[in-house]
Design a protein. Structure first.
Length: 303
């Protein structure tokens, strides 16, 4: 252990003049990690707390995440209560003032976007509703991501002013490709007849995605966010699918598939299972991921 430390010390001593200490940024979710990585480039070292296979409402608070947060210079979170069940204890145990809620090193990316599903009447979390402050699932939407990309660029520039011009340039380039991608997908959707633009979701994970693509969600298999379906509700979803002609069911990898598959079979439809986030371990980019998400839904609607 000691030998390793000495060796690392020598390496940094030998580092060429002008080499910068990289900003250590933790992101709660893989898609936010991808944004930080693509905007931060070589000046930033990114750690992601949740894996793309994990439901972001219920991430396993592994002890090594405390270490990641203890060492981080900054923390980027999704917000809108998505991480409320697992992140606050990790932040507390990390004993790192830089990444506490409200600190300059803390960015709640939901403050950068216009919110959907904001409740107009009080929501009772005790009844299982897990979207009390508005819908938190905006990371599937290229338009929201465009704002998040620019906001992350400004955030990194505040923490590392020397890198600000580079963050700004990288953010603009990425936001520009997201904009081009939005137009490309909108054109594909516009070619679909209106009656083919109706979908059913398992969880209310996609209102931002549907608004971007111009799709209409006619039902969710969960009666309320976080509440598993009961037979009466499933029967109502089936009736709605028959009445509206919706034949495509969209869900994420971690949600149970049996009800979705049964409903799809009964109406001769398809289940589209979307990846929950960018898979950085496979070298995926933000645009690769969005192509998979939008492409998966559009492909199913076309058939
Ligand atoms: Zn949710």
């Amino acid at each position: 252990m000691r030998a390793t430390l000495v060796f690392l010390g020598m390496l940094s001593f030998l580092a060429p003049e002008g080499a910068v200490a990289r900003l250590r940024v933790a992101a709660t979710l893989p898609t936010l990690g991808a944004v930080v990585k693509e905007v931060g480039g070589d000046r930033v070292e990114v750690s992601v707390l949740a894996s793309p296979e994990e439901d972001p409402h219920y991430v396993d608070p592994r002890p090594n995440l405390i270490l990641v947060l203890n060492r981080a210079d900054a923390l980027v979170v999704n917000g809108l209560d998505l991480e409320v069940g697992w992140l606050p204890p990790l932040q507390a145990q990390a004993r790192n003032g830089r990444i506490q809620t409200g600190a300059p090193g803390y960015l709640d990316a939901s403050t950068l976007i216009p919110r959907l599903d904001v409740p107009t009447t009080p929501v009772d979390r005790a009844q299982g509703d897990i979207h009390p402050g508005g819908n938190p699932h905006y990371l599937f939407d290229a338009r929201s991501l465009e704002r998040v990309v620019r906001g992350v660029g400004e955030f990194l520039g505040r923490l590392d002013p020397e890198g600000a011009p580079e963050y700004g340039r990288r953010a603009e380039t990425l936001a520009g490709s997201l904009e081009a991608f939005q137009r490309e997908q909108a054109a594909r959707i516009a070619a679909l007849p209106v009656e083919k633009r109706r979908v059913v979701s398992y969880h209310r994970s996609f209102p931002y995605l549907y608004q971007w693509l111009g799709l209409e969600e006619v039902a969710t298999i969960e009666p309320r966010p976080g509440i598993p379906p009961d037979p009466g509700h499933v029967a109502r979803v089936l009736a709605t699918m028959k009445a509206t002609g919706a034949r495509v069911i969209v869900q994420e990898t971690w949600q149970p598939r049996n009800t979705s598959q049964t409903l799809a079979r009964l109406v001769g439809g398809t289940v589209v299972v979307l990846p929950g986030g960018v898979d950085l371990s496979r070298g995926e980019s933000l645009l690769d991921h969005l192509r998979q998400v939008a492409g998966g839904v559009i492909h199913a609607l076309q058939h």
